[in-house]
Design a protein around this ligand. Sequence first.
Ligand code: ATP
Length: 425
Amino acid sequence: MSKRINFGKLIEKQLPPELVNFMWVAGEMANSRGEKVYLVGGVVRDLLMEQANFDLDLVVEGNAIELAQQLKLNQGKITTHPRFNTAKLQWNDRSVDLATARSETYEKPGALPAVTPSSIDNDLSRRDFTINAMAIRLNPGYYGKLVDPHGGRDDLQSQRIRILHEKSFTDDATRIWRALRYEQRLGFHLEKKTSSLLQRDIPMLATISADRTRYEMECICKEKYPEKVFNRAGELGVLAALHPSLKGNGGLAEKFEHARKECSPEPPSFDLYLALLAYPLTAEETEQLISRLNLPKLSAKTLRDTIAVKNKMRSLSTPGVSPGAIYNLLRDFSPAALEANSLVTESAVAGQAIHLFLNRLKDVQVLLTGDDLIQMGIAPGPRIKEMLALLHQAKLNGKIATRHDEEEIIKGWVAQKQGGTTPPS
Ligand code: ATP
């Protein structure tokens, strides 16, 4: 049995006074409108776990947009979505989502649900897991009252991820990814029946659109330890449903950890994590993954570049390879693809070459322009481009550094030409 908790006190203890005050005002305003308002979802779960989460989600039995308009602070911004009956309030660095309580029906598996305004109970019944299906009422007189129709609090205490009904994963198979994400983030376990339904419904992942699948991957990559989710997804056969050649074990955890160290204090980008995950795939398999996730152009380029750079690793591993040659080998590829290869390669020489490129060579620029060269006596034409490229190579290889050095080289070439010889090529 769960012990008695004063949830009003819990809110005051854990949330900043500004948000506590906001919720009081929301409760009073909803009351004056004859509506009920609740704090719901992840923030309630995290309040009970005493973990910081300031992303407030409110549900209104009534009209969320009108309530939000009344609540809008003088300096705040409001964004509304009348089709979904939702509103977002933003002020300073705060953001609060308000939604009208709704029930959902799924016409076919994986489709987005049809939505109708409803009660808080129905709103909680459409949610993914019991631990996310709790609400705290905010109206005066009921402030702090927990609404927990599915036993979310007991599941929190028993550290269980449990779906609300047998068809949950069939209705929306993104919940399979979500289940693994919460399980690994919170260090919980899948409740027995949930676990067997999850495994039964793995084929339903095929009903999820590419964009929704990509969104789930992005959410996983925002976790503190995405490798835990991929590892678990590998164990259960969920990762294979994304692509049969993906592996969540082996050296993945070590590579992700290494990526975090390299990128610190920023977290690694989605593209970098994905390039590391997709590293073992062939070019053809990579194309299949790109289309399964409908990756935007830049992310798709990163995956393709990762393979292209992999094919250059032998040349890059040659001891004594010049900076100019490194530049020519790597110039066309996305930084995340280069970073991924430097994290995976066993060749210290190649790793250093990539870092030299990323930290210095990619930014080396010639200071003189084509016009400068013409003014210095070089005839306009394709030769100008060639000479700028020669200057660039000389600069990459450390033979020249300043604008003065560049001018001296050009003057030398002009003099050679006047003396009847042609500049080096
Ligand atoms: P997080 O859990 O990542 O800290 P959150 O709990 O706010 O954040 P969101 O993904 O923002 O999670 O979703 C908000 C709430 O909406 C969830 O707590 C859950 O109740 C519900 N929800 C989100 N996605 C689904 C889904 N696919 N099926 C059912 N309910 C969902």
